[in-house]
Structures are given as structure tokens and as C-alpha cells.
Design a protein. Structure first.
Length: 112
């Protein structure tokens, strides 16, 4: 009888550990997604304001350092949560729309 109770307790503990691990991993993934979203929005806006689309380059690189420098010069990009990220290795590659010169999409690379 004691063996059955011990087995049930171990199984319940394993199931709870699995559930908590899953929840922890999902929470980390959501935070990472939020940071990528912040970087993408800020990078697209930075591109529209500070980079000329008249160059023959297909992709423009906007680093976290560029965005922080812009904030020092009066912009108000939401970079909260990106403080621990590498300033040069955290970036967004902006693909432009040649028809109107605006940012079409951004591929974000986080190094935190």
C-alpha cells in the first residue's frame, strides 16, 4: 500500500514539474517575442526617419546602439528590457519597399 502511495506522489510531482517547466519556457518565449517586437517597431521608425532609401542597398542594418543614440537625441523608442543586450550584435535588418521607400519588414536578431 505504501508503495502505491509513493508511486502516485512521484507521478504527481513529475507532472507538476513538467507543467511548471512548460509554463516557464512559454513565459521566456513570450518575453523574447515582446523584445523582438519592440526592436522591430523602433527599427522601422528609425529607418523611415534617418536612412535614405535612395541607396542601392536591399537591406539596412539598424543596431540597438543606433536606437539608443536616437533616444539621446530626442526620440522616444521603447527599449525597456533590451538594456542587457549587446549594443552592436542586437540589430534589425530592414527590407525596404522600393515603390515608396518605406520599411517593408524587419528581421530582428537579439543577443541578450
Amino acid at each position: 500500500m505504501k508503495k502505491k502511495i509513493l508511486i502516485i506522489i512521484v507521478l504527481v510531482a513529475l507532472i507538476l514539474a513538467g507543467v511548471f517547466t512548460f509554463m516557464f519556457l512559454m513565459n521566456n518565449e513570450n518575453k523574447k517575442h515582446e523584445l523582438k517586437e519592440k526592436m522591430e517597431v523602433a527599427s522601422k521608425d528609425y529607418f523611415e526617419k534617418y536612412i535614405s532609401a535612395n541607396d542601392s542597398v536591399n537591406i539596412y542594418k539598424v543596431t540597438l546602439k543606433d536606437l539608443e543614440d536616437a533616444n539621446k537625441n530626442g526620440e522616444e523608442y521603447d527599449l525597456k528590457g533590451l538594456e542587457k543586450c549587446d549594443k552592436e550584435k542586437t540589430f534589425a535588418n530592414i527590407t525596404i519597399n522600393y515603390q515608396n521607400g518605406t520599411a517593408k519588414k524587419a528581421q530582428v536578431e537579439l543577443k541578450c
